[in-house]
Design a binder for this molecule. Structure first.
Ligand code: UGA
Length: 421
């Protein structure tokens, strides 16, 4: 099929590159001409494992442009993959959704064939039907359900393993407005062997939020259990293993530590809570999930103070700045509140991350950024904040290490403490 992807962030670009790999012809649209240029050269504008190689290998099937008309001229389906950032009150900012929907609709005005618009961006239940649909009709002068198809097809991609997640999903969710849209997406995904969940537009939207809120809750839950275990001298990871074999629970996302960050969980949880407030519906579990997560990184600094009571003037090493390994993304990284707290106490911070230092420098330009992880180990004490593989090969002997991510090798340190174990 011929596909247009609006928004070349990590969702749009991974979706586009994977569809190109599957044999489709893909045109990506982005407002940033620099991104467009890179994609056309087969270079990924973002750091995502395997993306460069896909863009280069399938260069003949994937291209990019800033021009909606050019991108949609020949295509059958347009995927809306623009960002949905947070407003100041935590609510969802639909600016990019509205702008690009208007552009799509204006382009559809002159198109003869039926065209399917698929929303992949994370939007609150009701948004596709109540905001996107009317805009499509208003700016195209056409009827959704007749000349324009409409569907909601959320993504469940984890940064760092997004390509694998796309190509081998646990499930594909298709929320559709009309039967024809459903059939077209069934056809597009026919080579996938996972379950296809076919549902309404708003159920598809809710599945995305409920999934992220549940996963974040699972992590906060095990962190709360972990905090109890720490007091009782029980290894939380043994507890997680024992729980995880129960098929109703499952082991993934029971790694206790300093909590969740990233571009998705924090933003989606904030949006869900702001929305629940608007609906005057209490969301106590999700509220507590967020609270546990806000407190968790500070526990690492508390543990550090047990061994280095006066942080003023002490050099503290921070291993890992990205919100998780294999990404340069620092959005809501747990390293941020930790560094903030260390600086508040007058500590001198020495940090290292294999990919995220450039991004972190924009937030904290005056930390000492080391060129190797080894250099960080010269500090008075070291905190492990992201579980990068390369941190496993360091020599921790003789050091004070406070671990927020359960790095087995760090247990060789002179003084070793884990946040939940
Ligand atoms: C998350 C979801 O996992 C994806 O399914 C979803 O598609 C994506 O958000 C999104 O909405 O776009 P991602 O933000 O890439 O993916 O990151 P995760 O791998 O889920 O990790 C999130 C955070 O939780 C990280 O800070 C990680 O360190 C932490 N985490 C994860 C734990 O503390 N413990 C765990 O057991 C697992």
């Amino acid at each position: 099929m011929r596909l247009t992807i609006i928004g070349s962030g990590y969702v749009g670009l991974v979706t586009g590159a994977c569809f190109a790999k599957l044999g489709h012809t893909v045109t990506c649209v982005d407002i940033d001409p620099e991104k467009v240029q890179k994609i056309n050269k087969g270079v990924s504008p973002i750091y995502e494992e395997g993306l460069d190689s896909l863009l280069l290998t399938y260069q003949d099937r994937i291209s990019a442009t800033t021009d909606y008309n050019k991108a949609m001229e020949q295509s059958d389906i347009t995927f809306l993959c623009v960002g949905t950032p947070s407003l100041k009150n935590g609510g969802i900012d639909l600016r990019y959704i509205k702008e690009s929907t208007q552009q799509i609709a204006s382009t559809l005005k002159n198109k003869k064939n039926r065209h399917l618009v698929v929303v992949k961006s994370t939007v609150l239940p009701g948004t596709t039907q109540q905001i996107i649909l009317p805009l499509l009709e208003q700016f195209s002068g056409k009827k959704v359900g007749a000349d324009i198809g409409l569907a909601m097809n959320p993504e469940f991609l984890k940064e760092g393993v997004a390509i694998k997640d796309f190509l081998e999903p646990d499930r594909i969710v298709i929320g559709s407005y009309d039967e024809k849209s459903r059939t077209t997406l069934r056809e597009l995904y026919k080579t996938f062997s996972c379950p296809l969940v076919e549902t309404s537009l708003s159920a598809a939207e809710m599945i995305k939020y409920a999934s992220n809120a549940f996963l974040a809750t699972k992590i906060s839950f095990i962190n709360e259990i972990g905090n109890l275990c720490k007091k009782l001298d029980i290894d939380t990871y043994d507890v997680a293993t024992g729980m995880g074999f129960d098929k109703r629970i499952g082991r993934p996302f029971l790694d206790s530590g300093i909590g969740w960050g990233g571009s998705c969980f924090p933003k989606d949880i904030d949006a869900l809570l702001a929305w629940a407030k608007e609906l005057k519906e209490p969301a106590r579990i999700i509220e507590s999930t967020r609270q546990v997560n806000a407190d968790q990184p500070l526990r690492l600094v508390e543990l550090l103070k047990k061994h280095v009571p006066k942080l003023k003037g002490k050099t503290i090493g921070v291993l890992g700045l990205a919100f998780k390994p294999n990404t340069d993304d620092i959005r809501d990284s747990r390293a941020i509140p930790i560094v903030k707290e260390l600086l508040k106490h007058g500590a001198l911070v020495k940090a290292y991350d294999p990919q995220a230092m450039e991004n972190f420098k924009k937030l904290y330009p005056s930390l000492t950024y080391c060129s190797t992880a080894d250099e960080v180990l010269t500090a008075d004490a070291v905190l492990i904040t992201t579980k990068w593989n390369e941190f496993s090969t360091l020599k921790y002997q003789g050091k004070i290490v406070i671990d927020g991510r359960r790095l087995e090798q760090a247990k060789n340190a002179k003084i070793y403490e884990g946040v939940c174990w």
